[in-house]
Design a protein around this ligand. Structure first.
Ligand code: E4P
Length: 261
């Protein structure tokens, strides 16, 4: 049911003076829909390279870092050093660490261990793949008060089930979907629509990008967050026309500004 349709109905009900209970129920439904709408897309860095992260964090308004075993294997450090370094850099920002275990109990133990080992607070997210064991672990971890990011998602159904199992974020793999002749942006759009339609608490953390255009399109599809490589984060803020414009201003300003600062 579209928001516009609900708006019209609320006005109608007010006009007809129907019961206040019905009116307030519809009003809170509308408020819920509004709340689920992303206010802005969160940018996160999809890298464990501490030099890259240090540079990015010096200028890019990032709200967190995501890792997976592949990303960590490229960092040149063991897990403890990488995560420690990331934690120091992000401060109160989010740190999403993927579990390596495959059995439910092991995933739960692993997540709890990382949370205490690194003295994480609420900014720690246990990244759990959407396997049967993973779904089970999500519920257990949520009940234990640990944030969960469901990952390795390729379908809207996997995401929906993960959110029902308690996942705070769901991470669909955009580029990997595009590469198998599927449509990553559409999957992201469908999950966003589900969240709005059903008033779910989960948020979409779009992942796996190879082009700036994919990032542009997930932001237009209403993704709540995107995790992006250092290379693409640099690319998405640069434009040759910006460089030319800035250079020309520099030239034109020569000898003109006579106030010291
Ligand atoms: C993020 O958390 C994902 O693990 C990551 O974006 C996957 O990216 P890839 O498809 O480039 O490996």
């Amino acid at each position: 049911m579209s928001r516009c349709y609900l708006n019209i109905n609320i006005n109608l009900i007010l006009h007809l003076n129907l019961t206040s209970t019905l009116t307030s129920t519809l009003t809170s439904t509308l408020t819920l829909f509004k709340n689920q709408k992303a206010k802005h897309m969160i940018y996160m860095a999809d890298t464990a390279n501490l030099d890259e992260l240090r540079e990015l964090y010096s200028f890019f308004p990032l709200e967190g870092v995501t890792t997976n075993p592949t990303i960590l294997s490229h960092s040149g450090h063991k897990l403890s050093e990488s995560i420690q370094g990331i934690q120091e850099l992000v401060g109160t920002g989010m740190v999403h660490v993927q579990m390596i275990s495959v059995e439910t109990d092991d995933m739960v133990r692993e997540a709890k261990k990382y949370r205490s080992y690194f003295d994480f607070g609420d900014n720690f997210y246990a990244k759990i793949p959407v396997t049967a064991n993973g779904y089970k672990a999500m519920r257990i971890l949520k009940d234990a008060g640990i944030n969960v990011t469901a990952t390795v998602i390729f379908t809207q159904q996997q995401a929906l089930v993960a959110m029902k199992a308690g996942a705070d974020f769901v991470a669909p793999y955009v580029n990997r979907l595009d590469n198998i002749s599927s449509h990553g942006i559409e999957v992201v759009g469908d999950i966003v629509e589900n969240i709005e339609t059903y008033g779910l608490k989960g948020r979409v953390l779009a992942a796996s990008f190879k082009t700036v255009d994919q990032i542009y399109r997930v932001s237009m599809a209403g993704s709540h967050a995107a995790t992006i490589s250092a290379e693409l984060l640099h690319q998405l803020i640069t434009h040759p026309m910006t460089d030319i414009g800035v250079k020309q201003f520099e030239i034109d300003a020569e000898g003109l500004y006579d106030i010291e600062f």
